[in-house]
Design a protein around this ligand. Structure first.
Ligand SMILES: Nc1ncnc2c1ncn2[C@@H]1O[C@H](COP(=O)(O)OP(=O)(O)O)[C@@H](O)[C@H]1O
Ligand SMILES: [Mg+2]
Length: 225
């Protein structure tokens, strides 16, 4: 049989290339580890972790089915059609319902011992044609190991908090002052998120200053010309 080739290219992300292969009901997403030897090894490890996560969460609504790892380390998934989550997407007609379903998904993941830990990233959350949430990309997931030590329990709890923080951030579009009293308990920024925020703000300020400087210089040059 001739090699079917990698298929239609979907995206290039942290874990390598993502392809669409097959047709109709056999449409599959293939996540392939790429890059040099070291990158390929790291990405392969992430895909193995992703595979382990998918094995625990099979059957949860809005999560693709997983068809296992291939010999070359690629991960095969069910293709779920959807639109990338954006705050203003027209597909998000019923916001309340969408976020209720997403909350249920997050709780179901945590009960299964899987914390996603990267829900804030655009592209990991899709909106199905029915307006339901689709959660993808478990490459950064934290798995709760039964009988695992305090460090695993700590990491898992932190990642669970990050999932709910992401949920609040998306639901309230970063307007944390509008969070309802019953949702308040879901917003508990972790130390890691706090540090990331400080780094992000400082970086923004620095780049803004550089931009202002360049703009002033250009204005002066134009005046002098
Ligand atoms: N099962 C899937 N069904 C539909 N689209 C998918 C699926 N898996 C991945 N994609 C598409 O590919 C993109 C990248 O996939 P993702 O799993 O996030 O890979 P990466 O680890 O490279 O970020 C997603 O944003 C989505 O558009
Ligand atoms: Mg991703």
């Amino acid at each position: 049989m001739p090699d079917p080739g990698p298929g239609k290219f979907l995206s290039h992300g942290y874990q390598g290339a993502v392809y669409l292969r097959g047709t109709g009901a056999d449409l599959r997403v293939v996540k392939q580890p790429m890059g040099g030897p070291l990158a390929r090894r790291l990405r392969g490890a992430m895909l193995r972790r992703e595979h382990a996560a998918y094995q625990r969460i099979a059957g949860i609504q809005g999560i693709p089915r997983c068809f296992g790892l291939q010999d070359d380390g690629s991960l095969m998934l069910e293709y779920l059609p959807g639109e990338a989550y954006r705050e203003t997407v027209p597909a998000l007609k019923e916001r309340e319902r969408f976020f209720q379903l997403l909350q249920r998904q997050i709780i179901a993941l945590h009960v299964a011992g899987v914390a996603h830990a990267d829900l804030k990233r655009r592209g990991n959350l899709l909106i199905s044609p029915d307006g339901d949430p689709i959660v993808l990309d478990f490459g950064s997931a934290v798995l709760h190991k039964p009988g695992g030590g305090w460090w695993n329990r700590f990491l898992f709890r932190q990642a669970c908090r990050m999932d709910f923080n992401a949920w609040i951030k998306l639901k309230y579009r970063r307007r944390f002052d509008l969070v309802s009293p019953e949702d308040q308990r879901y917003y508990r920024p972790t130390a890691v998120e706090g540090i990331a925020r400080v780094v992000r703000r400082t970086w923004r300020k620095l780049t803004a200053r550089r931009f202002r400087k360049a703009w002033r210089l250009r204005r002066k040059q134009r005046r002098d010309a």
